[in-house]
Each structure stands twice: as structure tokens, then as C-alpha cells.
Design a protein around this ligand. Structure first.
Ligand code: C2E
Ligand code: MG
Ligand code: MG
Length: 637
């Protein structure tokens, strides 16, 4: 074996390690050991690794010539104690060799270590990388002692260096592998986290039953789309879909089938509109949808889509053997609007429109009308200020006298409400009462009026004025069961006021709403000793039967007839017949809104003696009543 051949082998060996994957290193080292061992006629070639601060070493690779006993299994965690020479040489980067073990002193640890292994000659070279001794490579002869020559020295040194390089590369690869594994592991962890996040997000942002966005996500999406539509100058349409009578259906079908139905509806909704529309389930049986594509938002297109959705939902559903039908009511609104609205308001508008669709008979759609909404909002605000006004004592009753034209005697006063508005000044009921129609606040006003009028009567009585006050009561309280008990309680509080000092004015329109109830109320009032007047007579659809059934003590001819009395023949005829009717039925008749002496004269001539109007006196603050009364009576005297 030539030296050249061996050098070539070492070069080839070195080359093989360059692109070797980590997993094949051990086999490659074993292979190199075998090739070099064979070439050198060695009995054993091996690699050791130092560890635990050079206190121990372990045999990692071994090649043995045939017939030579392998030692690797006995040489794991082998103690290096007493092998100072050996260690010193390796740590200094030098070879350590023994030409003949048997020539060593018998007590030498090296001999005691090598002899039992049957080693006669040995040459080892350190595996040193970056100045650190990692282990060693060695070559043994067991059969006979060998004097190592330069060739052996060169070979083992180069092989040691090669192994050092291999070790270095191995470490780099391990590092790289570790980094790679770490990267992969991180990626995996990140992926898991992302999945978990998505799962959580889905659970938080989506309706678990249908998988659609939930209300909170929908509101976010709506905000985004509203911003987009403003930026792009496009229109978006918001649909609020509510299933008709779903609660009942759910009860009939049972929860499980009800859920299945909702899932089915969600699927149909998704199929009924093209991307990129957003659909959400925002309540038990409520869905919402944003149409963002401007081509759909033209009224005609939008109507077509909404009608398609109505049809889609209304198509029968198969629940087990049964075919089930369900319909929906849809409210729609669009954005942008002439006034700024936010997502919440937009949703409320669509909800309100949906409610209108329900009121109009369900299974239909209704388009929100922004103008109507501003009226509603204004009304709502007004009601709130009225409520606050009552608490803050901003209201007052003005009093307008009622006169018997035959004697000019004061029959009593009609109490007429005024609002001393902190900013707008004195307001007539025409400015605020219409807003209270059918609202709970109307009753609050009535309660306040009853108590204020009774207080006033008490006060006047204490000042020597014994008179009657007519109060106007809203239709709402008039027909409510608490009305009579409320009056009773109020009268109990004012023991000094006689019930016949009070007159209740009923609007013709209110009595017409529920004649039977109104008639019963009048009877109850009479039982209490309270008088009753039918206000604004002639403005409704009063019939003879009506007048006969409602036992009002006084019928007040509406001022519109009085105003035209001298100009309009028809009105004259009507007033004439009302007067006649009242005389026949034994009712008093009073004309409202008399502004001139001619009107007063004419009415007197027609047989209507009771009168009220600016001609006699305008409604006045309570504090003016006593002086006015004094003056009036003194004038008549
Ligand atoms: P009403 O009960 O028919 O009251 C008569 C209205 O005619 C009063 O208007 C009064 O100021 C007005 N008036 C009186 N004489 C004349 C006149 O010669 N010419 C003209 N042009 N008008 C005259 P007001 O005070 O603005 O009240 C309007 C309506 O508001 C009342 O009509 C009544 O329906 C309602 N109202 C007034 N006060 C109350 C109240 O305390 N409670 C309730 N529920 N309604 C009230
Ligand atoms: Mg009145
Ligand atoms: Mg009236």
C-alpha cells in the first residue's frame, strides 16, 4: 500500500462527508475505518469521545480485522484516571503512541488498560476542533508489536483532522437541524395557535348554530362597509329579516327541528345572494344582510333581491315527514343618508322598517323612510322634555270663562293647558299635545291637570269664588280603567271641592273610538256628581244615536262652525240642527270660539245661550281670574 493511495483515500473520504446528511455520518465513519484499517493492515481502528471534563471517554466507532475481538461494548464511559500522559498529549494536540505495551512498566495504568484488551502497539491522534480536544482516533495492532513510522503518524494525524472536520460539520448540521427543527416546531406551534385563535374567533364572532356572523361581528362589518361606501361613493343596503311567528313554530316543531329549520334558512339566505355580501344571524330568528354591490342597490334591483329572499324563505321545508312553511318580514334601509347615521342607528332603522312590515301584515318588506324617522325622533325628544317639564313645574292652566249670554252670568271656566317653556316661552297645547297622542305621557298630563284644577277650585273657594272648572281629558285616560278611581281619589283629597264644580270635557273623537266604554264612563261620572261636556262637537261623525247614547250634559259646538256662522249657510244649518237636537234631548248647548258681537247675537237668536270665546275673555292665567271676575260682575251689576 502506497502512501499516495492512502492520501487519495483520505481525500476521497473527506469528499464523501461534504454533502452527507447527518443520519448517514455514523455509517460513513465506520466505512472509513474499515477502508483505512484494511489498507494499513491494522487489527483495530477506532474513534473515542472524551466527556465529563476528560474524566471519561467512550468508544463511538470501531473496526476490527477478522479474528480480532471487538471491544466497543466494554469501552463506554471508560474512566481516564491515571492516564495523565495520554490526556496531556491529546490536550496538547499531540499523538500518543505505544510501540510495545509489554515494554511499559507493569504498574503503568496505560499498560494495565491496554494489556487486558490484547493490545501490543497503539497510535492515537487527538480530534481537535477550534482548539478543543473532542476525542481521539486510534489504531491497534494486537498480534505483534509494530514500530510506528512516519507513514502511520501522518495517516493517523490526517485521519484525526478529518474526523475533527467531520465532527465540526456534524455539529453545524446538528445546530442547523436544531434550528430547522426549532423553526418547524415554532411554525407548528404558530399554526396551532392560529388555528386555536381562529377557532376562538369563530366561536366569538360567529353564530354557533348556523355558522353565520353574529351580531357583534356584523356590526363591525357594517362599520367597515359604511366607511367603504362613503369612500367609494357607493350605496349600501341593509336588510333586517325577522321570521314570522317563529316562536310558535319552534314550539310546535320542538327545539331540535326548530334549529334545523334555522340552519336551513341560513343556507338559503347564503345561496340567495352573491358574494361579497355579509349575512349574519343577529337574534333568535333574526338575520341581517348587507348588500354592498352598488349595481344591486338601485331601487328596482334591490326590490328584486328582497322579493327573491322572501320567496326563498317561504318555500316549504322538509322536516322529517312533514312539510313546514315559514315566512319572513324584512325591513330595509340604505346608506349614506342626508343626515349622518352610525351603524347602530342604521340597524335600528332597518329593525323599525321590519316592524312596519310586520304591522302591515307580515311576509313582506318595508323600506325605512328617513324623514318619517326624524319626525319620530323629534316626537320622542319632545315627549321626554314634556315629562321633565311636568316635574319642573313648567306647565300652567289658563282659564277661559263660559258665559250665559242671557244673563251674562259666569257659568264657569275651561282650564286650558299652557307650557312655560324655558327656551321657547309660553306654548299653546297645539305645539305639544299632538305629540302625546297615544303616549303614556298624555295620562301624566291629565293627572296633573285634574290635581291642578282641583287645587285652583280650593283656592278660589277660599277667596270666595265658588265656580265650576271644565277640564280636558285625553282620550287615552278617558277610556282607561284607572280614570274613575283616579278622579275619586283626587276628589277625596279636595274635600272642600264639590264634584259638581268639576266638568270633564270629552272629545267627540275619543267617544267615537269606543262608544260603549265612553257611555259607561259618563254614567260613572254622573254617579260621582261630575258633569260632562262633549267637546268639539260636529268635527267627528256624530249621529243622533251617538248623541242619544252618550249622556253628556253639555254639547260644545266646535269653533269652526261659529267662525263661519255668518258667512256659510250650511254651517248655519248644522248649528241650527245641533241646537234643536240638544233642546229635544234635554242637553245644554255651548258655542265655542265666539269672537264678535254679531256671532254672539246670532247664536243667541238661534237659541244657543251658553258661550265661550275671545269676545268675552281670552284664556287667562289663574292669577288673573279673581280680578277679571270681580270686574266682570261689577260691569253686569
Ligand atoms: P278646546 O278644548 O276646544 O279649547 C278651546 C280652544 O279654543 C282653546 O285653544 C282656546 O284658547 C281657543 N279659543 C277660545 N276662544 C277662542 C276664540 O274666540 N277664537 C279662537 N280662535 N280660539 C278660541 P287652546 O287653549 O289652544 O287649546 C286647544 C285645544 O287643546 C283644546 O281645544 C283642547 O282640545 C286641548 N287642550 C287644552 N288644554 C288641555 C288640557 O289641559 N288637557 C287636554 N287633554 N287637552 C287640552
Ligand atoms: Mg275643551
Ligand atoms: Mg273645543
Amino acid at each position: 500500500m502506497t502512501e499516495r493511495r492512502l492520501e487519495q483515500l483520505l481525500i476521497e473520504t473527506a469528499m464523501t462527508y461534504i454533502a452527507l446528511p447527518l443520519s448517514e455520518f455514523d455509517d460513513a465513519v465506520n466505512n472509513s475505518l474499515q477502508q483505512i484499517g484494511t489498507l494499513t493492515d491494522a487489527d483495530r481502528l477506532y474513534v473515542f469521545q472524551y466527556h465529563d471534563g476528560f474524566t471519561h471517554c467512550s468508544n463511538t466507532h470501531e473496526w476490527c480485522a477478522s479474528g480480532v475481538e471487538p471491544q466497543i461494548q466494554f469501552l463506554q464511559n471508560y474512566p481516564m484516571e491515571g492516564m495523565d500522559e495520554w490526556l496531556d498529549a491529546h490536550q496538547a494536540g499531540c499523538l500518543f503512541m505505544v510501540n510495545d505495551v509489554l515494554l511499559l512498566a507493569e504498574e503503568s495504568v496505560t499498560r494495565q488498560t491496554l494489556e487486558p484488551q490484547g493490545i501490543r502497539s497503539l497510535i492515537t491522534a487527538p480530534i481537535t476542533s477550534s482548539g478543543e480536544c473532542l476525542g481521539f482516533v486510534g489504531l491497534d495492532f494486537v498480534k505483534q508489536p509494530t514500530s510506528f513510522n512516519n507513514y502511520h503518524i501522518k495517516l493517523i494525524t490526517l485521519f484525526g483532522q478529518l474526523l475533527a472536520n467531520i465532527e465540526l460539520r456534524k455539529r453545524q448540521l446538528i445546530d442547523k437541524d436544531r434550528i430547522l427543527t426549532e423553526k418547524l416546531r415554532r411554525k407548528e406551534v404558530e399554526k396551532q395557535l392560529l388555528n386555536e385563535q381562529q377557532r376562538l374567533n369563530t366561536a366569538m364572532d360567529h353564530d354557533l348554530l348556523t355558522g353565520l356572523a353574529n351580531r357583534s361581528l356584523f356590526e363591525q362589518l357594517l362599520n367597515v362597509e359604511m366607511t367603504r361606501s362613503q369612500r367609494d361613493k357607493t350605496t349600501l343596503v341593509l336588510l333586517y329579516i325577522d321570521l314570522d311567528n317563529f316562536a310558535m313554530l319552534n314550539q310546535q316543531l320542538g327545539q331540535e327541528h326548530g334549529d334545523a329549520l334555522l340552519i336551513d334558512i341560513a343556507k338559503r339566505l347564503q345561496a340567495s345572494v352573491r358574494e361579497p355580501h355579509h349575512i349574519a344571524r343577529i337574534g333568535g330568528d333574526e338575520f341581517a344582510l348587507i348588500l354592498t354591490d352598488c349595481e344591486f342597490t338601485s331601487t328596482a334591483n334591490c326590490t328584486a333581491i328582497v322579493q327573491r329572499i322572501l320567496r326563498t324563505i317561504a318555500a316549504p321545508y322538509q322536516i322529517e315527514e312533514d312539510s313546514v312553511n315559514v315566512t319572513a318580514s324584512i325591513g330595509l334601509t340604505s346608506f349614506p343618508q342626508s343626515q349622518m347615521v352610525d351603524a347602530e342607528q342604521l340597524l335600528r332603522q332597518a329593525d323599525q322598517a321590519m316592524y312596519q312590515a310586520k304591522l302591515a301584515g307580515k311576509h313582506r318588506y318595508y323600506r325605512f323612510n328617513p324623514e318619517q324617522d326624524s319626525v319620530i325622533r323629534h316626537r320622542h325628544e319632545l315627549i321626554q322634555t314634556i315629562q321633565a317639564g311636568i316635574k319642573n313645574n313648567e306647565f300652567a292652566l289658563f282659564y277661559q270663562p263660559q258665559i250665559d249670554m242671557r244673563t251674562n252670568q259666569v257659568l264657569g271656566f275651561e282650564a286650558l293647558i299652557r307650557w312655560q317653556h324655558p327656551k321657547q316661552g309660553l306654548l299653546s297645547p297645539g305645539f305639544f299635545l299632538p305629540a302625546t297622542d297615544n303616549q303614556p305621557v298624555a295620562k301624566d298630563i291629565d293627572v296633573w291637570v285634574v290635581s291642578t284644577a282641583l287645587n285652583q277650585l280650593s283656592y278660589w273657594k277660599s277667596k270666595g269664588l265658588h265656580t265650576r272648572v271644565s277640564i280636558n281629558i285625553s282620550n287615552q285616560l278617558l277610556l282607561a280603567p284607572e280614570f274613575i278611581p283616579l278622579l275619586k281619589a283626587a276628589l277625596r283629597h279636595h274635600a272642600d271641592v264639590s264634584p259638581n264644580q268639576l266638568e270633564i270635557e270629552i272629545l267627540e273623537s275619543g267617544a267615537l273610538d269606543d262608544l260603549a266604554r265612553a257611555a259607561a264612563v259618563v254614567t260613572s261620572l254622573h254617579q260621582l256628581g261630575i258633569r260632562c261636556a262633549l267637546d268639539d262637537f260636529g268635527t267627528g261623525y256624530s249621529s243622533l244615536t251617538f248623541l242619544k247614547r252618550l249622556l253628556a250634559d253639555v254639547v260644545k259646538i266646535d269653533q269652526s262652525f261659529v267662525a263661519d256662522l255668518l258667512l256659510d249657510n250650511d254651517h248655519q244649518l248644522i248649528v241650527n240642527s245641533v241646537i234643536g237636537l240638544c233642546q229635544n234631548l234635554g242637553r245644554h248647548v255651548l258655542a265655542e270660539g265666539i269672537e264678535t258681537a254679531e256671532q254672539a247675537e246670532q247664536l243667541k237668536n238661534m237659541g244657543c245661550y251658553w258661550a265661550q270665546g275671545y269676545w268675552f275673555a281670552k284664556p287667562m292665567p289663574a292669577s288673573d281670574v279673581l280680578p277679571w271676575h270681580l270686574q266682570w260682575t261689577s260691569m253686569q251689576a
